[in-house]
Design a protein around this ligand. Structure first.
Ligand code: ARG
Length: 461
């Protein structure tokens, strides 16, 4: 059993309920490799400032490498009785190499150790998330470029509004996910400062070379206040926010995918490999991937709330409350890591029903604005043109028809400014093509937005 490193001043063993309550190894064992990495960097630095001999350093490195290898191949089980991963590895090292192992913790506290480990873990998890996010973005750009001419209705209030294209709609999500990527990078840059050497709360009396361990561990600098260094969890909260907002974006996209794949919309059909069936209704094909992604958004938002609430009111510096950071932030990363491949796969394989999209765009008077704009060009003030167009829509509803099917006499009876060129002006293609201002849905505009977005993406690779 892993011994308690702090039992010197105690006269009783810890109560078993407290032991279980206090223990974090069942979840912080996930930071084993980061802990070993941090310990190796700390030991190397202790050697370079003369606290460890090279022989002791050798023993520590060999011992830690052995532990890492056995953890990796599953031959070294974590002791559930160990208080945490830091105690477990140190005890295991000392059991293996003896005296030298006891020197490893010189000039270090579990407070700066856990702060360092968590940052290293979050950096690794962030880079996995980044890779998945890049793949999602590439999938969106790919699909969007195939559909720059696929006309669909754009909505406000979920009512058909103006014609757009599927490629344009997809690229709206492209912008959201690019911002997520940007936020991720930004949060990682702010996080990437080493707390190692901050000790328990006030640094240490040993002449530690903090720059050396920081460089060794790939940090871009060192924290400038030890109280803050050991008790800062901003990075966990920021990354949880990045993930929560990302999931909010995924949930909006999921909601649309669910709507679009319904019999009522039928804008898309999900691949069989990315849908599920019903145990009772044989005809069902359900968009479970999108629904679960939508549902799991709540969970990631919950993780963010856990972290914010846990940190609220905590006095400086380390408090045991902060042990609660890991399960929440691990869960946020795990949830996203689970969602993303399935979500991206669903996008890659979905079938687009361009005919249905077009039909919907043609059916909902989405060209009514363009009809008004046409009259404005002919000299009518916009407010009047809006009224005329509205009257014609009303007429169409009464007579079960659409604007482009009204004959010229009917149009002229409402406003004499109409001419034969109106039909061209209100065709769905014209409506889309003429919205070519930067940011608009015209095919060339969307194509250049895709090119610009791809260009931005390469900067993150
Ligand atoms: N398991 C602890 C955590 O995750 C490690 C730090 C413990 N530090 C202490 N002073 N008790 O927060």
């Amino acid at each position: 059993m892993t011994p308690k490193m702090w039992d010197g001043r105690f006269t009783k063993a810890t109560d078993t309920t407290v032991n279980d309550f206090n223990s974090s190894i069942r979840f912080d064992c996930r930071m084993a490799m980061q802990d070993i990495r941090g310990s190796k960097a700390h030991a190397a630095m202790l050697c370079s400032i003369g606290i460890l001999t090279t022989d002791e350093l050798d023993q520590i490195e060999t011992g830690l490498n052995g532990i890492a290898a056995e953890i990796a191949n599953g031959t070294l089980p974590f002791d559930p009785q160990a208080e945490d991963i830091h105690m477990f590895i140190e005890a295991e090292l000392t059991a293996r190499i003896g005296e030298a192992g006891k020197k490893l913790h010189t000039g270090r506290s579990r407070n700066d150790q856990v702060a360092t480990d968590l940052k290293l873990w979050l950096r690794d998890a962030s880079s996995d998330f980044k890779a998945d996010l890049i793949e999602l973005l590439e999938t969106i750009f790919e699909l969007a470029s195939v559909h720059v001419n696929t006309i669909m209705p754009g909505y406000t209030h979920l009512q058909r509004a103006q014609p757009i294209t599927f490629g344009y709609h997809l690229m709206a999500y492209g912008q959201m996910f690019l911002r997520d990527l940007d936020r991720l990078e930004d949060a990682v840059i702010r996080m990437n400062i080493s707390p190692l050497g901050n000790g328990a709360l006030a640094g240490t009396t040993y002449p530690l070379d903090r720059e050396q361990t920081a460089a060794d561990l790939g940090f871009n600098g060192i924290t400038l206040n030890a109280l803050d260094g050991v008790s800062d969890r901003d990075h966990a909260m920021e990354l949880a926010f990045v993930l929560a907002l990302f999931m909010v974006h995924i949930s909006r996209f999921s909601e649309e995918i669910i709507l679009w794949s319904s019999q009522e919309f039928k804008f898309i059909e999900l691949d069989d490999a990315f849908s599920t069936g019903s145990s009772i209704m044989p005809q069902k094909k359900n968009p479970d991937v999108a629904e679960l992604a939508r549902g799991k958004t709540g969970r990631v938002i919950g993780d963010l709330m856990t972290l914010l609430t846990m940190m609220k009111n905590l006095p400086l510096a380390y408090n045991k409350d902060m042990q609660e950071d890991k399960e929440a932030i691990f869960d946020a990363f795990d949830t996203v890591a689970l969602c993303l491949p399935a979500f991206t796969g669903m996008l890659k394989t979905l079938r687009v029903r361009a005919d249905r999209m077009r039909e919907a765009a043609a059916g909902g008077f989405t060209n009514a604005t363009d009809l008004a704009d046409y009259l404005v060009i002919k000299g009518l003030p916009f407010r009047e043109a809006h009224h005329v167009s509205g009257q014609l829509v009303h007429h169409c509803i009464e007579n079960n028809t659409v604007l482009e099917k009204l004959d010229l006499d009917t149009l002229k009876s409402v406003c004499p400014l109409f001419d034969t060129d109106v039909y061209e002006a209100i065709s769905l293609e014209t409506c889309v093509n003429r919205r070519s201002l930067p940011g608009g849905p015209a095919p060339e505009t969307v194509s250049s937005a895709i090119t610009a977005s791809k260009e931005r993406l390469t900067k993150f690779k």
